[in-house]
Write a protein of this length. Structure first.
Length: 371
């Protein structure tokens, strides 16, 4: 059997950026400001300019970005946050950690994003925020969600952990609502080499609150104005992201091209590709398809050296930690998606030969449509 493909090819990315990364890291080692060094502010300025948001606050991870956002919005025990059950656990986890209640709303089967048309019916007097997720790299229906939120005076947090760089109606993910939260987990569209994240906002007061919460609620040194967390992104990780920015547009473009090529080449197969709405793009944080008999398909691909992953095998309203927050039989479309979704190798450095291998293995596993 030939060698196994990489699910996310970070080695090729590193090879292309090695000198730039070494130079950026060396600068940090020379100045020695490992916490809140100059690279932190430099990165925040670059990312704010890129997304168009007025403020960018880097934090320790995407999870921390969600936590700090909810703290900045003053989420209190018993407050409800409307979100999707078809996401990584962190989305609901941070709501629950603060004593809040996630209210799960079903998804659209063709994008797997939250179904905006179901949100208004889920609003109650306890609703404190709406938290859509831009799943797999494609933004949710942010304008529809913002309009509902505006009618009810609610903030919207975009969980944009998988969608840094995606565009939506000519604007950029992370700058589409009250707050955008992203992750720099290494496999994300913009990753560091450890944990990192950022939140974005145009609201001066929220930005100030987030900056304070990130450093134990300090408004000045040893003046703890509010309760916060130790939530900083370290200088070395910021330096690594800075080194990657010069290649980011190329990488995002490659991800779009690879996504489009997958779509085209898989169109005749007996599986379902996801839909990208015409007014936005996907940066394919994951390239995910829906297949029947996933266990068999994954086994055939594994045998052919093609790794796959499942994002996500069980929706959150059916996970033991969150089952108390809803009816496990609600959100039937999320339940169905969880049984069928399968992600394929995706990264900017996926070669044409690698894609040929994925497509050949998948063709062998599922066959052509109508056969
Ligand atoms: C949708 C979503 N939200 C939040 C997170 C959390 O990000 P991090 O792993 O950086 O804490 C992730 C990342 O895995 C994610 O995919």
């Amino acid at each position: 059997m030939s060698t196994k493909l990489e699910f996310v090819d970070l080695k090729s990315q590193y090879a292309a950026l090695k000198d730039r990364i070494a130079e950026r890291m060396q600068r940090v080692l020379d100045h020695g400001q490992y916490i809140m060094g100059p690279e932190v502010a430099e990165l925040e300025q670059r990312l704010a300019a890129y997304t168009g948001a007025k403020h960018c606050i880097t934090v320790a991870s995407g999870t921390e970005a969600l936590l700090i956002s909810l703290m900045a919005l003053d989420l209190k025990p018993g407050d409800e946050v409307i979100t999707t059950p078809f996401t990584f656990a962190a989305t609901a986890e941070m709501i629950v950690l603060l004593g809040g209640v996630p209210v799960f709303v079903d998804i659209e089967p063709d994008t797997c994003n939250i179904d905006a048309s179901l949100i208004e019916a889920a609003i109650t007097p306890r609703t404190k925020a709406i938290m859509p997720v831009s799943l797999y790299g494609q933004c949710a229906d942010m304008d529809e969600i913002n309009a509902i939120a505006a009618r009810h005076g609610l903030p919207v947090i975009e969980d944009a952990a998988q969608s840094y760089g995606a565009s939506y109606k000519g604007r950029r993910s992370n700058n589409l609502s009250t707050i955008g939260c992203t992750s720099f987990f290494p496999s994300k569209p913009l990753g560091c080499y450890g944990d990192g994240g950022a939140l974005f906002t145009n609201d001066d007061a929220l930005a100030q609150a987030a900056r304070e919460i990130r450093v134990h609620g300090q408004s000045a040194r040893y003046t703890h104005t509010r309760v916060g967390v130790g939530g900083r992104m370290d200088t070395l990780q910021c330096a690594i992201v800075l080194a990657k920015l010069g290649r980011l547009d190329w990488e995002l473009q490659r991800r779009r091209e690879i996504g489009a090529a997958y779509h085209q080449r898989l169109a005749a197969l007996d599986l379902t590709t996801l839909t990208v709405r015409p007014d936005r793009d996907s940066v394919w944080g994951q390239y995910t398809v829906r297949v029947a008999n996933r266990t068999h398909v994954q086994a055939v691909l594994t045998e052919a050296g093609v790794p796959t992953a499942v994002h996500y095998p069980k929706p959150l309203h059916r996970q033991p930690a969150y089952v108390q927050y809803g009816n496990p039989d609600s959100c039937p479309l999320a339940i169905a998606a969880a049984d069928e979704v399968m992600s394929l190798p995706m990264s900017a450095d996926l070669s044409d030969a690698d894609m040929d291998r994925v497509v050949a293995a998948l063709t062998a596993a599922v066959g052509l449509r109508g056969q």
